[in-house]
Structure formats: C-alpha cells, structure tokens
Design a protein around this ligand. Structure first.
Ligand code: MLT
Length: 398
C-alpha cells in the first residue's frame, strides 16, 4: 500500500483565503444580490499597464511568425528579462548578476518550491503574524516550524531571537499582513544572526514597490553580508497587477553556499529538471514593467492603491481604532473593536455591512484580536466600505 504524506493532517482544514472565499460564497447564497465589498485577499483591481499590454500583444504576434517564433526558453528565465531585472536592481545600487535572477510563475509558487533545497530535518522560523503559506508549505514538507511572535511593542518587526533554533528564516518587508517594515538596522541584525548560525533567510519582497520611506531597504541585498545568507523572492503580482498573469523572480547570490553546496547551482539543477519555465509571452510582458514607461505607469497604479489605504486609515482614525500599515504597504492592520475576536469581527462585518476583510488569527495565533484590510480594491468600493464601517462603528468603539 502506498504511504501518504501524513503531514497534511497537521494542516487546518482549508487554506486561509480558500476558507474566506467559502464563507463569502455561503453568505451570497443566503443573500443573493447583496453587494459585497471585498477588502480581503490582496487581489488587484486595476488592469495591466498599457506598456505591458502592448508588449504582450507584440509577443503573441512574434509567436505567429516563423522568424520570431519561440519554442522552449531557458528554464531559469529568458536572458532579456533576467538582464532587465538585474539592471533594475543596479539602478538602486544593488549589484545582482543576470544569472543570479531566476524567473518564476510567482512568489507564492516559489516560496513553496524553494523548500526542495533544504532538508526536512531543518527548522523554519516564521515571524508571526505571517503570510500563512510560509507555515503551511513547511508543515506539508514535514519540517518543524518555530514561531517568533511580533506585536505592537516591536512595531510588528522584531529583532532576532538569540534563543531560536532556526535554519530557515522567513522575513517579509513590507509585511503581509501588518504593513510594517524592517529598518536597515534590524535587517542588519537578522543578516548577522543568519551568517553566525549558517542559517538562510528567505526574504519576501513582494510589496517592496509600496515603500515610501527613503531610508527603508527595498531589498535584503542592500544589507552588508546578505549575499552569504539570503534568498530574495519577489513578484510582479502586486507591483504590476500580475496576480492573474503570473510572474515572479528570485535572487540567489553566487556566494550563498551551505555544506559545500552552491544554492544557486542547486536551484538551477532543480529548475532545469522540474520546469520548462514561464511562457515567452508573459516574460515579454514582464520585461515591459522594467522600462521607464512601464515604471511610470505602474507607479500610477500604486498611487491609486495608496489613495485607498489613506481612505482606510482615515476612517480608522476617525473611529479612534488602533492600526498600523498602509503607509509603506498595501495592507492596514487594525485592532478589532471592543475586544472582538478576529473571526467574530469578520462575521460581524459580513453580516452587518457586507464588507469582507481578513481575520488576524489566520496569520497566526498572535494575530488574534486584529484584522487586515487590503487597499487593492476599487477606489469607489473602498470609499463605500469605509462609509459603511463608520456607519456601523461610530459611537460603538470603546
Ligand atoms: C494576500 O492577500 O495575503 C495575498 O494576496 C495572497 C497571495 O499573494 O497569495
């Protein structure tokens, strides 16, 4: 009889966002025709930038002509895109070789796949509240997960814990879900900690384009020593609206070695075996993101989402509700009013004002009592959602 991966039994019954979608659909079945306002999953609402659309069309045309047709591309990414991304890093003073850039179908896919490089006997350290896929992917692999709880005291961006026994460290800045960012000093402390212990940092930079503070690092490779201890995972999903188009990239420096093995070499071996890469058409569209015109256009979209974040934080300030995030990130992390539990608050908003958010408990036990609102929605919907919230909670917050 086949032996199954019993670790699946250690997972919650459904993934956080799948559970929310199920609850929301059930509500709609009970209340057909209700107008739900979705500030839950971080899915973008604006279309792709015109420069990207133009590049996608051109790439489709390339595939229609014998002289420009492309079959298989290099598994780790087309040179034109790897070079464009390396140039993008160079513009902010971070030296990355094109061959250190691996093109992927998205950060969430990559965050799970990259675990192939590490033994299941290694331990993962997750700073919670955290994107739930970090924990779930490690549980599926049978890996021990240690949690480092972040909170209001450390601005949801803690210093390394010298007691933790971690081999693989997840850091996300700007953070999903709290919107907090790590200062250069804190990131330096994490890099030093990882180098001292021979650990590896998986740095999730999916939201770096939302950083406004001039001194806040966008990349772990702005930090001294990071090239010997870190992998950076990034995505165009939120930066450029690729949630449905799918493209991400991972940076593995040549200097990153453990137990005599080069992680960059191992990942090349993995990718050339397990994937034929991302399609030519999508990679062409992605390259347009890194042109001056593409950059300008996506910055325009990010400004719209930042405007939504200000609508959300403005409403919470009016209500006197504690929150963080929204300034350097697309997520606002708020305290549930009147001591409500986070799923209780989820149900309350859904039932009373048909607004969908994400319960903090879904990001780890220490997220209990908090709630995440996403600024990726339609601007009019965001304004309406906040009007409904103010109508519901005005005078009701202790
Ligand atoms: C989120 O809402 O946390 C993210 O959009 C989910 C994801 O990126 O997979």
């Amino acid at each position: 009889m086949i032996e199954m991966n019993v670790h699946y039994a250690e997972l919650k019954e459904s993934y956080l966002f799948a559970g929310i979608a199920k609850k929301t659909e059930a509500y709609l079945e009970r209340h057909p025709g209700s107008r739900l306002l979705r500030l839950g999953i971080g899915d973008v609402s604006l279309p792709l930038a015109p420069a990207v659309i133009e590049a996608l069309h051109e790439a489709v045309d390339d595939q229609s002509r014998k002289e420009s047709f492309q079959g298989y591309l290099p598994e780790c990414g087309a040179p034109f895109l790897r070079e464009a991304i390396a140039r993008h890093y160079a513009e902010s003073g971070v030296e990355v070789a094109p061959k250190e850039v691996f093109i992927s179908s998205g950060a969430s896919d990559e965050l799970g796949d990259i675990l192939d490089l590490f033994s299941p006997r290694s331990a993962a350290l997750v700073v919670e509240p955290a994107y739930p896929a970090y924990v779930d992917a490690n549980v599926m692999a049978g890996r021990r997960v240690e949690r480092l709880e972040a909170g209001k005291d450390d601005g949801f961006a803690p210093w390394p814990d010298p007691e933790a026994k971690a081999d693989l460290i997840y850091l996300c800045s700007p953070s999903n879900p709290t919107g907090s960012v790590y200062s250069r000093k804190k990131l330096q402390a994490w890099v030093d900690y990882a180098n001292e212990r021979g650990a590896v940092i998986l740095f999730d930079a999916a939201y770096e384009a939302f950083i406004e503070d001039p001194g806040t690092p966008h990349s772990i490779f702005e930090i001294d020593g990071a090239r010997t201890c870190a992998i950076e995972i990034c995505s165009l999903s939120k930066t450029a609206g690729f949630t449905g188009t799918r493209l991400g990239y991972t940076i593995i420096p040549k200097e990153l070695r453990r137990e005599g093995l080069s992680l960059d070499g191992m990942w090349t071996r993995n990718r050339t075996t397990k994937t034929n890469g991302v399609s030519y058409i999508i990679q062409k569209g992605a390259a347009a993101v890194f042109t001056p015109e593409g950059r300008r256009q996506i910055e325009g979209n990010i400004k719209v989402y930042k405007g939504n974040a200000r609508v959300i934080t403005g409403a919470l300030s009016e209500l006197g509700i504690w929150y963080c995030g929204g300034e350097n990130a697309p997520y606002v992390w708020m305290e549930c009013p009147n001591g409500m539990l986070s799923w209780e608050f989820f149900d309350y908003l859904l039932e009373e004002i048909q607004v969908v958010g994400t319960p903090g408990e879904g990001f780890g036990v220490c997220g209990e009592g908090f709630f995440r609102l996403s600024s990726f929605g339609d601007p009019d919907d965001t304004i309406e959602a906040m009007e409904r919230l103010k109508g519901l909670l005005r005078g009701a917050c202790a």
